[in-house]
Design a protein around this ligand. Structure first.
Ligand code: DPM
Length: 357
């Protein structure tokens, strides 16, 4: 697309529009924003990019478990305020940190190709060579994710689970420099982006631990009405990731889950069939419901009106609308199936117990 519409000409025919990118100050957020900046620079060499780093509530409250703060837009509010005030034009997030319902006026204008969505085990150096299975009885595993703890408690009853907070650097430090944790669980994607792949001793497949909705994918949030920026970032969309994440987010939204409920998913696209496995857990993992469904996302090369429609907060004109509709329906249908089997009771109890912790 041409950026002439958004660019100011400086008289010499040089495009000098400045695009401001908002980001949190953590090293991971900076790396993710730089990654998107590189992509944009390649696609639009004439655009000037400026990165604006901000602290968010989530960064300031470092001593409380995420799941206990109870603020859904923990890491996003300040950045959205800046977007609204036109102080920045776009914000790069981990998709899994974005609520399934965005505040009015905002949309996810790009979902980039997913990294590994799986969780990974990082061992204290003294435990090198061991796995969750072979760690000694009573070994303490650090995670503040109710989703990870619930699944792993059930699967590995000989282990104990304790909260751990802070950004990735802090957590690695807490692991290595003390004896409090035998291992910690983190998203493989974050570890890879930080350049810490070598610390991954075990990647957890769906039989051990299904991942969080949107995990491993980067999202670009923009003002919903800013057509120029929306058009520009939409070229970053990765169709398969968009469809998987729409299904996952629709599932979570229907269950009325935020970032602090034990809900997990697994998705796949194969031969134009999108499959979604979804589960809900009690805090100790003893109670759970898990089901799977699939749908065709074959658009049959139909050319469609690029309707101005959001699907669970995502605007993707360049991904077939019928496929997006099917993906969203898949998530809703799977959630309804789990709800008919008692998912709300499990989640309500989990929420109450977590609040009382
Ligand atoms: C959300 C959760 C966590 C983050 C809950 C969950 C992990 C919290 C914790 C919604 N956001 O996963 O069940 O371990 O205490 C977060 C990480 C990334 C994005 C770090 C991580 C990087 C991976 C990505 C925190 N948000 O999960 O290890 O981009 O998907």
């Amino acid at each position: 697309m041409s950026l002439a519409s958004v660019a100011n000409e400086d008289g010499n025919g040089t495009v000098n529009r400045v695009i401001r990118m908002g980001t949190r100050k953590s090293q991971l957020a900076r790396i993710q924003t730089d990654y998107v900046a590189e992509k944009l620079k390649t696609l639009y060499p004439d655009v000037l990019l400026e990165i604006v780093a901000m602290s968010t509530i989530g960064d300031k409250i470092l001593d409380t478990a995420l799941s206990k703060i109870g603020e859904k837009s923990l890491f996003t509010k300040e950045l959205e305020n800046a977007l609204e005030r036109n102080e920045v034009d776009l914000v790069v997030h981990s998709l899994k940190d974005l609520p399934t319902t965005l505040p009015n006026g905002f949309t996810i204008g790009a979902v980039l190709q997913r990294e590994s969505p799986h969780d990974a085990v990082v061992l204290h150096p003294k435990n090198s060579g061991l796995t969750l299975d072979t760690l000694p009885d009573g070994s303490v595993i650090g995670t503040s994710s109710l989703r990870r703890a619930a699944q792993l408690k059930k699967k590995f009853p000989h282990l104990e689970f304790k909260d751990i907070r802070g950004n990735l650097n802090t957590r690695l430090k807490k692991l290595d420099e003390k004896e409090d944790y035998a291992a910690i669980i983190l998203a493989a994607a974050g570890l890879k982006r930080m350049g810490w792949e070598a610390r991954v001793s075990q990647v957890l497949g769906p039989e051990d631990c299904m991942y969080a909705v949107g995990q491993g994918a980067l999202a670009v949030e923009v003002r919903a009405r800013d057509c120029d920026i929306l058009g520009m970032v939409s070229t970053l969309h990765h169709s398969e990731t968009v469809l998987r994440c729409i299904a996952e987010r629709a599932f979570l939204r229907r269950l009325e889950g935020g970032c602090s409920v034990p809900v997990a998913v697994n998705t796949e696209v194969k031969d134009s069939v999108l499959s979604l496995t979804g589960a809900v857990y009690s805090l100790d993992g003893a109670d759970s419901l898990k089901e799977a469904m699939e749908t065709s996302v074959d658009s049959g090369n139909k050319v469609e009106e690029s309707a101005d429609i959001q699907h669970v907060g995502v605007t993707a004109h360049n991904v077939p609308q019928c496929a997006q509709v099917a993906a969203e329906k898949l998530g809703v249908d799977l959630a309804d199936l789990l709800l008919s089997k008692g998912a709300m009771e499990i989640l309500t109890t989990a929420r109450k117990l977590n609040d009382a912790r």
